[in-house]
Design a protein around this ligand. Structure first.
Ligand SMILES: O=C(O)CCC(=O)C(=O)O
Length: 362
């Protein structure tokens, strides 16, 4: 991507404070290292209250005068001032997004996920893809062989001896989805199936989309049991379908995907909670595709704007599929032991340029 030219001169910029740099800076008090400087800058940019910053610094053992002086120095630094000024453009964009979203939520049926039956490609495209709205397709898998055949018994009997990779020990890590690479565990498929059947309310182990199980040679031909979905290119289902298997009680925490997908339920039911990408300013997306908010017990002291976000909620049952447009935030809970498949093999454009910042901590 080409880079723009620099602005002409400092006089034309006019964002830094009109004080001499030496006066604005002052020395950073001892005890304030690069980590603290970054922490203060990040919190200033996130508009954290001064009181909460001073409190956190006191908790970490910094004397109050050191904390005050560090805050003053970092806030008045020309680099911070420039970042804050540039960030005001981001806030302007957010205010436009908020205005559009407040019009969307004023619709009397905004919070409902529309249920549709036998929808054509064109209808899906015009009513949901272009409008960037989710929907629930009630008869999605009605005629799929997978709906009849794919049961816990089927997987245990036919593929039971396979070693598979699941996410395990999720209960030991509050950020289990974020840290999923560390939580990879190998298990026998029949042992995992037995575990799923026995547990009605457990989030400790879950076979999620990252497993690539449907691409394993042992399961060759299995994706032929998946039938058609509107706007989907069935020939690419083998490469772009992902299996999810888990007990009741699994919790996929709040995140968004970078493309659109169908998620079809084959066994058990799941509750989906959805938030539009236009709720951006209320989702606290500080890292990659994740939000730190636990939607079951949101910390509104820390994430107060989430209280104003409007959720859509729907339960997806066997044979039904949810269409999830790109960028929609979602949290998913299994109400029962569950088997489902998601697919991204759309016959229309389904790759978007997403800058995915990784630097900031949760
Ligand atoms: O079913 C789940 O637990 C999560 C599904 C999901 O996040 C997805 O398909 O993108």
């Amino acid at each position: 991507m080409s880079k723009p030219d620099a602005t002409a001169t400092p006089a034309q910029l006019r964002v830094a404070p009109a004080v001499p740099v030496s006066a604005a800076l002052g020395p950073l008090p001892s005890g304030i290292d690069a980590d603290w400087t970054q922490w203060i800058t990040l919190n200033l940019l996130r508009q954290a209250s001064e009181a909460s910053m001073l409190h956190a610094m006191a908790q970490a053992g910094l004397p109050p005068d050191v904390a005050q002086q560090a805050l003053h120095t970092v806030r008045n630094h020309p680099i911070t001032q420039t970042a804050l000024a540039e960030q005001s453009l981001h806030h302007k964009l957010l205010s436009v997004v908020d205005a559009v979203q407040s019009l969307h939520t004023a619709h009397p049926r905004y919070a409902q996920v529309e249920r549709v039956t036998s929808i054509t490609d064109n209808e899906l495209f015009e009513r949901f893809v272009c409008a960037n709205r989710p929907c629930l397709l009630t008869d999605a898998a009605a005629r799929w062989p997978a709906l009849q055949r794919w049961s816990f018994d089927f997987f245990a009997k036919r593929f039971g001896s396979m070693q598979i990779q699941v996410q395990g020990d999720r209960n030991t890590d509050a950020q289990f989805e974020f840290n999923k690479v560390n939580l990879r565990r190998q298990v026998r498929l029949d042992d995992f199936i037995a575990y799923c059947r026995q547990n009605a309310n457990d989030n400790n182990q879950y076979l999620t989309a990252n497993n690539n199980l449907l691409r394993r040679p042992e399961m060759a031909g299995l994706t032929e049991d998946l039938g058609d979905l509107p706007l989907c290119d069935r020939a690419r289902a083998h490469d772009m379908a992902h299996l999810w298997i888990g007990p009741g009680g699994t919790n996929t925490p709040l995140h968004h995907d970078e493309n659109m997908l169908w998620h079809t339920q084959l066994v058990g039911a799941k509750r989906w909670r959805l938030w539009s990408p236009l709720e951006w300013s209320r989702m606290y997306n500080h890292h990659a595709v994740f939000s730190p908010i636990d939607v079951h017990a949101p910390d509104l002291q820390r994430y107060p704007r989430f209280a104003q976000a409007t959720a859509l909620e729907v339960v997806v049952r066997p044979g039904e599929a949810i269409y999830l447009p790109p960028g929609w935030w979602h949290q998913v809970s299994a109400l029962e032991p569950s088997i489902s498949v998601n697919q991204t093999n759309f016959s229309v454009r389904n790759t978007f340029d997403y800058a995915s910042p990784n630097a900031a901590p949760l």
